[in-house]
Design a protein. Structure first.
Length: 255
């Protein structure tokens, strides 16, 4: 249980600073024996707590305009429900292989793009077009899987709307809160959520995200993102090696 609390604290801090806290929480749940679908379902409450905490801190600092952003948050909520429903129709055995691979691919993307979202660009889309064309896709992904969705929200806002990084990061946490809430709603009546694990992790992610949001106002995120990638790739590789298919594959290679 201490393991979950510590992981939650670290993941929450990293999530608020650089995005991608789910790269730690989801494989941690799977390492404790949860199925991929259970891990994703259990991660929704922890992600909601983390992103709500970060949103609260950004709002207190004046970086988040709730009145202007709530319509976009509603869009992510609706499509988060759609994504949450979609993930429940994928076979569990396939998810056991798909999730670690997705985590590794996203981690590699973060390594290849260390400054993603940090360079302010000119606006390429109007706010309305961004809301109609981009947010539904990101909201769906947020409800379907989730890790690094905050990074994608912030990246697209900077590169397509010309939003400053600090404002885009604050808005991303707000969208994340509602996208994750949509995914959670789609699972709330299912037996997949491990409520004890979720409650413990929520305490850590809430505290960590509030701390991380405070730190991102003052400090950079590059070293934190690198540490996140290293840990996530290591845990994902371990999860892949635990699958019979990969064990048999490597046994054949070693013969």
């Amino acid at each position: 249980m201490i393991f979950l609390l510590v992981i939650g604290l670290v993941a929450g801090t990293i999530n608020a600073m650089a995005g991608g806290g789910g790269l730690l929480t989801i494989p941690s749940f799977m390492a404790l024996g949860l199925s991929p679908l259970q891990a994703i379902a259990t991660n929704y409450p922890t992600a909601i707590a983390a992103n709500f905490s970060a949103s609260l801190r950004f709002w207190q600092h004046g970086e988040l305009d709730l009145k202007a952003e709530w319509p976009r948050a509603v869009v992510t909520f609706v499509f988060g429900i759609v994504g949450g429903i979609a993930i429940q129709h994928i076979p569990n055995d396939f998810l056991k292989i798909l999730i670690p691979i997705l985590l590794i691919v996203i981690s590699i993307w973060l390594v290849v793009n260390p400054q993603a979202g940090e360079v302010k660009a000119s606006a390429r889309l109007s706010p309305l077009r961004y809301t109609i064309l981009i947010l539904p896709i990101l909201g769906w992904y947020d409800g379907f899987f989730g890790p690094c969705s905050g990074t994608f929200y912030a990246l697209t806002a900077v590169s397509l709307l010309g939003t400053t990084l600090s404002r885009a990061t604050a808005n991303a946490k707000f969208y994340n809160t509602f996208g994750g809430l949509g995914g959670f709603v789609s699972f709330i009546t299912s037996p997949h959520i491990h409520w004890v694990y979720a409650a413990i992790m929520m305490v850590g992610t809430f505290a960590g995200s509030y701390l991380g949001a405070s730190l991102v106002i003052k400090h950079g995120t590059r070293l934190v993102r690198l540490a996140l990638v290293v840990v996530s790739v290591g845990m994902s590789i371990k999860l892949l090696f635990d699958q019979p298919f990969f064990q048999a594959f490597f046994q054949q290679l070693l013969k």
